[in-house]
Design a protein around this ligand. Sequence first.
Ligand code: NDP
Length: 314
Amino acid sequence: MADSNQIHNCVIIGSGPAGYTAAVYASRANLSPVLFTGPEPGGQLMITTDVENYPGYPEGVMGPQMMEDFKKQAERFGTVIHMEMISKVDFSGPVHKIWTEAGQEVHAHTIIISTGASAKWLGLESEKRLTNKGVSACAVCDGFFFRGMEVAVVGGGDTAAEEAQYLAKLCPKVHLLVRRDEMRASKIMQQRVLNTENIEVHWNTTTEEILGEEEVEGMRIKNSQTGEVKDVPVKGFFVAIGHKPNTSIFKDWLDMDETGYLKTVPGRSLTNIEGVFASGDAQDNIYRQAVTAAGTGCMAALDAERYLTEKEIV
Ligand code: NDP
């Protein structure tokens, strides 16, 4: 790592599609960006198998391979990549300060945050074991693999409602498991779910176990009112109980909504702090796609470049 007196033009935190795209743009603009990968280099796509909806890969691509391609492209133009996590930031001055977990202090004129979000999971051992073998946290990403099959979605929010409807177009039957006797989703989304013939809502229902050894074969569910436990055969099990943006280290500095998504100027990547830009799932709780994350990573790099030019730093 360079000495801590050096002020980098641009530091990127995070290594999903947003971070690496920001790195490609920033390095091609001669900003000599430095990227810190964070604890899960490559981000959420590293736990995905086939990616079939990213433009440019007509045959699809494995998530980890795609992230390796992103990384190579960022390195090709000179991005310096550190496999380290940033654990503290100080955005109080015109030069931004960040610290790696190992305690190294790093200074930068601009910071691009692309720390992503993590899906919340139920916490079952079988869920972990069968992830990517029928268990998924993204219907838009993985639903296609289950077309023609019976599937389940867990959750009662807008995401679960949306995923259930998405899957209902591909699958003959979708079981929606709601842990209370009502859904948190907006009324209109609830109505759509209830009006969709091939979605069966199981109220007051929790998941005891996801069944199957090599792949998902079913689920053991429990009605918390009656105590009844039953096994239902399904091939896909989609967990849609919310995401958590990885933004806790920024809470003293940046505006965020009540769940921690960073707020940016509409249509831009600018945060409330000059020279700090946000991209990808850390600031997007609506689309959450690799391609949209890449798009906002590009925006953040262009915004950073513009900022550095206006301040006559580059
Ligand atoms: P939410 O936090 O809104 O909902 C999470 C749901 O999962 C709740 O129904 C919750 O139950 C349930 N849940 C949580 N933990 C468990 C568990 N361990 N077991 C079973 N169920 C559990 O998350 P969403 O991802 O649905 O939405 C996040 C935000 O994004 C919201 O503001 C939403 O409105 C927005 N959004 C908007 C969309 C749109 O407008 N098109 C689409 C998708 C999201 P309980 O209610 O009992 O707490």
